[in-house]
Design a binder for this molecule. Sequence first.
Ligand code: ATP
Ligand code: MG
Length: 364
Amino acid sequence: MASIKIENVQKAFGKVVAVDHLNLEIKDGEFFTFLGPSGCGKTTTLRMIAGFYYPTKGVVRFGDKDMTRVPPEKRNTGMVFQNYALFPHMTVFENIAFGLKVRKIASNELKARVQEVLRKVRLEKYADRQVSQLSGGQQQRVALARALVIEPEILLLDEPLSNLDAKLRDEMRSEILRLQKEYKITTIYVTHDQAEALSMSDRIAVFNFGVCHQVGTPSEIYNEPANDFVASFIGEINLLPVIVDQVEGNRVTVSAGENQYVVHNNPFNFNREHQDGELALSIRPESIRILAEKADRPNVFQGKVEDVQFFGTIILVRVRVNGLLLDVNLLNHVSANLKPGADVWVELPEDQIRLIPVLSGDAS
Ligand SMILES: Nc1ncnc2c1ncn2[C@@H]1O[C@H](COP(=O)(O)OP(=O)(O)OP(=O)(O)O)[C@@H](O)[C@H]1O
Ligand SMILES: [Mg+2]
């Protein structure tokens, strides 16, 4: 079994609490991503799973087995470090063979396994090359091969693509996914790149300041963010502080500035105790519509175009509505030649709005 359980884990370095109250369950064979800004505790958590750090509190299990204080060489995990940590004066072959030598694998088997994994990462021709004479992308693949060759049950990848250019990063993303599916390894992938997390993962955990704010599939994280930190860290979003005016079943009326909005099917179970400033209306820029004329539906307001920016696939239109500025993303072909100064009607469809809690300033 290669499922992972992290139970109420904390890691403190002196007075710095790098990770706190962490509870996660990663399923066998899952591609699971830790996402969050620099310093939020991603590497620290990965190192506790690999055994390079022991938690200050809490338990780490593989399957049902308690691994909390088992040293790294006794865990069947392969890790690609944030800076690769290759041995520069060794060849590609020697780098990859290193873990097998440590495990005292016989030389025939060792050769066969290194050749096999070299083929998998498409580096057969480079076996005798010194690592210092490889490109960044090739080094990245050596690091991956070195982690895979020991046939780990768990693969831990710490920002493995951060040093690569955009095109190579795209290629390596597909390569990593291909290898992960082929080997069926439970994989934890660390990144602060939201596009990478959304496109690669089965599930994502979003961290900030050592705390995990939400765990979910990419669409859950994007469409149903747990709070304003998750909402604004992943993708673009309009967040308007609101006061609740009325609740009738799952139909809620709220006020933001001078406007009243109707919100539907709200998954966040807020209660009337929430004080002003603790709730926000959130809507993605691609969910707002620009209408040619007034429509007799809720959440349609008159506004003025303030700014138009061309990004190729999309056009960002900023519309001022009663003093509030809304970002609207339109697909290029529906831009309808909007110009700053134009009078428009905007619609925030009821089913596209979410009410979410606003964290206090120091947590977001
Ligand atoms: N060995 C250590 N000693 C003291 N503090 C540490 C140590 N390692 C990490 N920290 C602190 O713990 C916090 C989390 O660090 P961590 O390396 O886990 O962040 P990260 O999410 O991986 O960030 P990045 O995206 O920059 O790699 C940071 O505040 C960091 O300064
Ligand atoms: Mg890190």
